[in-house]
Design a binder for this molecule. Structure first.
Ligand SMILES: Nc1ncnc2c1ncn2[C@@H]1O[C@H](COP(=O)(O)OP(=O)(O)OP(=O)(O)O)[C@@H](O)[C@H]1O
Ligand SMILES: [Mg+2]
Length: 471
């Protein structure tokens, strides 16, 4: 493993990296950084959560000049949240060197962005639709651009951004460097690379499996109607620190998050039909742990890097196996451990097998937790709380009452009563979750048939079935 001192990076960049707490480079970083620094085009593929952002971020920052007040690299990302997150990380890496990054995305006031662009940042991170807007208004200039990065390239194609991306790439100066990253690499990407890249070096981090080994993967066979109660049971038994629950549709996400709130959980939903303000709010609350459950559609959580996500629950099995890889990859990041549990209705078992085939990893079957297991879990949670309170809290005001109680009743009986009162009975508040159809087995499709591939899939701000999307 290489430390960041071994790349011959300039001092301010090494310093920023070390204040981020990174010591050794991850495999994708180790291979990408030197090759990208030499100016080569790179196609980078590595598992989720293994540091692809810094893999392209470090070389573009190293290759940028702080005293040149012009955009020197553009990073394209599929969603607004990702644009914000990637810009934050680039700002951290570029901080000491004086390299500034501005995120450019739909849903935010364009005037504010125009002002930010007038300040001449060296880097921008943009969603394709909004960048096109700025190009039309001539509020962004590309003449000094040396590098273009496509992050989550496969998802941008899935979302129908292909024409935008081609337009943007065609506007970029030549020669330039193009870096393309994704955790999965469908054929369409190879076609894009062929058209727009210059002798790209393929850096594929060889892993036996597509998913990182620190994520435990399980599935539960459960009928559609029972999913929600099983979910609540799991949440009560496992009390995840931070959990993301994936639903198939926006409506589903709304219903599940509302139902969870009704039953007393701290949950929030995120999908592409919510306002940007609402989406930002839910992500902020989740990061601050004011809520510990985020319910999301596929695209809403693409690439999101939130530390401390311990559990991923697939309330609905994902439409395609690649989504599975991305969904469960929201946990087990940067070497942490995580648990991913997928609900599969009896008619969807074939889809699970397709996922196993792609990831080359067996997903273990778990039984629906019984009422007994639930109560054991609940009791244990109560005991933990009680012991914690006994150790940590000031109990002076209660001691007199306790001593009086002990005069008439023995301590074991009293404590048992306290445990009984404190143990949460399963909440059976009625909730409404509309049933959805099981996934149908898809007929074999052409590799590059991106339209069929994505029909019915949730997309951020997808307004028209085809063509340009706002972003
Ligand atoms: N060298 C490193 N040492 C320690 N932590 C790192 C290192 N590089 C990156 N990280 C951290 O690992 C986490 C995941 O990184 P990142 O979001 O770049 O992953 P990714 O490969 O882009 O994942 P995804 O495929 O889900 O988009 C981040 O929190 C990042 O700060
Ligand atoms: Mg990423």
């Amino acid at each position: 493993m290489k430390t960041f001192y071994e790349f011959n990076l300039s001092h301010p960049v090494v310093q920023s990296i070390s204040s981020l707490g990174f010591e050794t480079a991850t495999p994708i970083q180790e291979q990408t950084i030197s090759i990208a620094l030499e100016g080569h085009d790179v196609i980078g593929q590595a598992q989720t959560g293994t540091g692809k952002t810094a893999a392209f971020g470090i070389p573009i920052i190293e290759n940028s000049e702080a005293d040149k007040r012009a955009i020197q690299a553009v990073v394209l990302t599929p969603t607004r949240e990702l644009a914000v997150q990637v810009a934050e990380e680039l700002n951290k890496i570029g901080n000491n060197k004086g390299i500034r990054t501005v995120p450019i995305y739909g849903g935010q006031s364009i005037d504010r962005q125009i002002r930010a662009l007038k300040n001449k940042p060296q880097l921008i991170v943009a969603t394709p639709g909004r960048l096109m807007d700025h190009m039309r208004r001539r509020t962004v200039r590309f003449d000094e651009i040396k590098t273009v990065v496509l992050d989550e390239a496969d998802e941008m194609l899935n979302m129908g951004f292909i024409e935008d991306i081609e337009t943007i790439l065609a506007e970029m100066p030549k020669p330039r460097q193009t870096l393309l990253f994704s955790a999965t690499m469908p054929n369409q990407i190879r076609m894009l690379a062929e058209k727009f890249m210059n002798d790209p070096k393929l850096i594929k981090i060889k892993a036996k499996e597509m998913t990182v080994s620190n994520i435990d993967q399980e599935y539960i066979e459960v009928q559609e109607k029972k999913k929600f109660d099983v979910l609540c049971r799991l949440l009560d038994i496992q009390s995840p620190e931070l959990a993301i629950i994936f639903g198939r549709t926006k409506k589903r996400v709304d219903e599940v998050s509302e139902a969870l709130i009704k039953r007393g959980y701290f949950a929030g939903g995120i999908h592409g039909d919510l306002t940007q303000m609402k989406r930002d709010q839910v992500i902020r609350q989740f990061k601050e742990k004011t809520i510990d459950i985020m319910v999301a559609t596929d695209v809403a959580a693409r690439g999101l890097d939130i530390s401390g996500v311990t559990h991923v629950y697939n309330f609905d099995i994902p439409q395609d196996p690649e989504s599975y890889v991305h969904r469960i990859g929201r946990t087990g990041r940067a070497g942490a451990t995580g648990l991913a549990i997928t609900f599969v209705t009896p008619r969807e078992i074939d889809h699970l097998r397709t996922i196993e085939k792609l990831t080359k990893k067996k997903i273990a079957k778990r039984a629906i937790p019984t009422y007994q297991e639930l109560m054991v879990g609940q009791r244990q949670a109560t005991i933990d709380k009680l012991v914690h309170t006994a150790e940590e809290e000031d109990l002076k005001e209660y001691k007199m009452a306790a001593e009086q109680l002990l005069e008439d009743t023995d301590s074991v009986t009293l404590l048992s009563a306290a445990l009984k009162l404190l143990t949460k009975e399963p909440d059976t508040t009625p909730v409404k979750i509309s049933s959805i159809e099981p996934l149908r087995v898809k007929k074999a499709r052409k590799q590059n048939d991106s339209y069929n591939r994505n029909r019915g899939r949730d997309r951020m701000r997808r307004n028209k079935p085809r063509g340009r999307k706002k972003s």
